[in-house]
Ligand binder design. Structure first.
Ligand SMILES: *Cc1c(COP(=O)(O)O)cnc(C)c1O
Length: 385
């Protein structure tokens, strides 16, 4: 089976991890701050915090922004459940904004309309989480302008998008947001096995996230309630977690990050080959707007289901049966049983529903060979009728 995604691990990556294994620190050593520096260099953000997953990063980002019971967080329904679960961890309430059928990202028009309504009923969101689906940035400038008008904060879920650009700025620069979150799970653009990060330009948000990442414990005297009892002394001043990344993982991250541009370029070559050859069948290939350079985490085609004889489900299964490891990113979150009980109505999200009827993620990763890609294209051409 040709998988839909795969990590790209080189001998340099292996050596970097082995070096840490033989060193004094497996965790809380020098590699984590070095990885954070490398992330700042890549994203141009002032602060970067490495954590053990994007899910953890989303959680502490919400807490740092003060999300709590009675607050609302809005995100896109076409995302991984972590983008909205972070609100529930904080006791807040979730709502979704329908997607734009052209980009499959959160629709700015739908967001504006929903904000107008929410203002009337005094239910404006505290946080909006735009998700850069497949690695293509949302229209952040427009969302940022709305945040000024309606007073919400922004966390970019850039789990798919490290290495991407928006208006010639790296995703993660936080030019149009408070915090950006990345994932380094093996299927994503670069990997640390499990891992994630948050970037921000706001020192106080960075300090809060730093505290929450490690039990709420500080060794910074200026934050302590009293003079230290001795050299051993530290204080717990908030209820935090153990969301730390290890030095083993950070070493892998540093090594992977060195090849970020190369890996994204490889993905673009794969994408160009698909776009050239996936013609003459009733599918739409991905489109991004002119000011976006996608990191191309995923390559999602949409079936023109009105023109196919076979159903979406049948086509999907036949592709898998023939060795093409397709997937579907994602089931609209409001359809999950855990969310269903919150009373979401499918008809409020017509574009997300249409996406769910039509989308298929086909193999996309930097080491995908031409011959495997040709097999994917050939199989699609024979199956999609
Ligand atoms: C993968 C992913 C996450 C969660 O990432 P982890 O590092 O596995 O916690 C969150 N949001 C989106 C959009 C993702 O794709």
């Amino acid at each position: 089976m040709i998988p839909y995604g795969a990590q790209d691990i080189t001998q340099d990556d292996v050596d970097a991890v082995l070096e840490v294994l033989g060193s004094d620190f497996l965790t809380q050593g020098p590699k984590v701050p070095l990885f954070e520096q490398a992330l700042k260099d890549k994203t141009h953000a002032s602060y970067a915090l490495a954590v053990n997953s994007a899910t953890s990063a989303l959680h502490i980002a919400c807490l740092a922004l003060g999300l709590s019971k009675g607050d609302w967080l809005w995100t896109s329904p076409i995302t991984f459940v972590a983008s909205s679960n972070c609100a529930l961890y904080c006791g807040a309430t979730v709502d979704f904004v329908d997607i734009d059928p052209a980009t499959n990202n959160m629709s700015v028009e739908a967001l504006e309309e929903k904000l107008l309504q929410a203002k009337l009923s005094d239910r404006l969101p505290k946080i909006v989480v735009p998700v850069h689906l497949c690695g293509a940035s949302c229209d952040m400038k427009a969302i940022h302008e709305l945040s000024k008008e309606y007073g919400f904060r922004i966390i970019e879920d850039a789990s798919h998008a490290i290495g991407g650009l928006y208006k010639n700025q790296p995703v993660g620069s936080c030019k149009f947001s408070d915090i950006t979150v990345f994932s380094f799970h093996p299927v994503k653009i670069i990997t640390t096995a499990e891992g994630g990060a948050a970037t921000t330009n706001d020192e106080s948000l960075a300090r809060k996230m730093e505290l929450l990442r490690s039990h709420g414990i500080t060794r910074d005297r200026s934050l302590m309630s009293k003079k230290p009892d001795g050299g051993w002394y530290y204080e717990q001043i908030a209820l935090g977690f153990n969301y730390r990344l290890t030095d083993l993982q950070a070493a892998l991250g540093i090594s992977q990050l060195r090849r970020l541009e190369y890996m994204v370029e490889r993905r673009h070559l794969v994408s160009e080959y698909y776009s050239e050859h996936l013609t003459g069948i009733p599918v739409t290939t991905p489109q991004v707007s002119g000011d976006v350079y996608s990191a191309l985490h995923l390559y999602v085609i949409r079936l023109d289901v009105k023109r196919t004889l076979k159903s979406h489900g049948v086509i999907f299964q036949e592709l898998r049966d023939r060795g093409v490891g397709v997937n579907l990113h994602y089931i609209p979150v409001y359809r999950q049983p855990f969310y269903k009980k919150m009373g979401f109505k499918h008809e409020n999200f017509p574009n997300a529903e249409a996406y769910y009827r039509e989308a298929i993620s086909i193999p996309m990763f930097p080491t995908l060979t031409k011959s495997d890609q040709s097999k994917v294209i050939g199989t699609l051409k024979s199956v999609v009728v």
